[in-house]
Design a protein around this ligand. Sequence first.
Ligand SMILES: Cc1ncc(COP(=O)(O)O)c(C=O)c1O
Length: 332
Amino acid sequence: MIDLRSDTVTRPGRAMLEEMMAAPVGDDVYGDDPTVNELQRYAAELSGKEAALFLPTGTQANLVALLSHCERGEEYIVGQGAHNYLYEAGGAAVLGSIQPQPIDAAADGTLPLDKVAAKIKADDIHFARTKLLSLENTHNGKVLPRDYLKQAWEFTRERGLSLHIDGARIFNAIVEYGCDLNAIAQYCDSFTICLSKGLGTPVGSLLVGDKAWITRANRWRKMTGGGMRQSGILAAAGLYALKHNVERLKEDHENAAWLAAQLQEIGADVMRHDTNMLFVRVGEPAAALSAFMRERDVLINAAPVVRLVTHLDVNRQQLTEVVHHWQAFLQH
Ligand SMILES: Cc1ncc(COP(=O)(O)O)c(C=O)c1O
């Protein structure tokens, strides 16, 4: 199967599995799993922050971040299409009594700071207290401009807000910026990293921030059921991914650009491509296209604008096959 639905679909390779099998483990709820501790230490070191916390999923990492930044009756300003507003089942509202204040993102994936400013509530008994700005980088594959990150950071300092970044795909941004993680991480209070997307682990995310805040987050992780035991087996995959699978994300970006150009050439309506994602307008035949592809061992979602995602389990040869099948569909 050639699976282009998401970069979450990758399977661990032999080298990663060997690291997992060899990992020394302990009980992480007691804080004594050496591999989890090493992963957390390494992530903190890479980002220039004080501490990190290993969690099962990106959704839980975002939830724990929101619970750790905001109290009941407080709010976070977030993009309408952001994962931690739209795609996490309203967790912060349901479990934390935290109110989202969504706003439209600009075309480049940023939340314009004048629009954010207009939504910050006055100190008035009628309103929830605005506490946090939450950004996503990358957002739908778009890399937020570096100078915007600095501006957002300075803005939140001036306005007394905290700044969280959903960095599920932060390393896709990092390889595009061509800088180290700490050059970007300095412009937020906290951020997440998903290890199980482009980085290729089966499971796992990290939440990164300062020490006191991560201690607070650890309590929320426990409360929300994310305290795992011999999770060093999973953390070993994370360490492997951070050491071996970051630089290669460039290949995924090149493959996405290549696929976009090839599909365009055969007459597909490619809207745009960014990092490891491309978006193709297919309109009404979406379900037929998806079924046609499935019969040829290619998995794509059935949507009028279909998102295709490249990752470490698809190579150029397989993408050539995808283009070939796509052309056959357009001609049939
Ligand atoms: C931007 C973003 N944030 C967070 C998540 C959540 O990650 P998980 O699927 O591990 O819960 C995703 C998952 O697709 C995502 O795309």
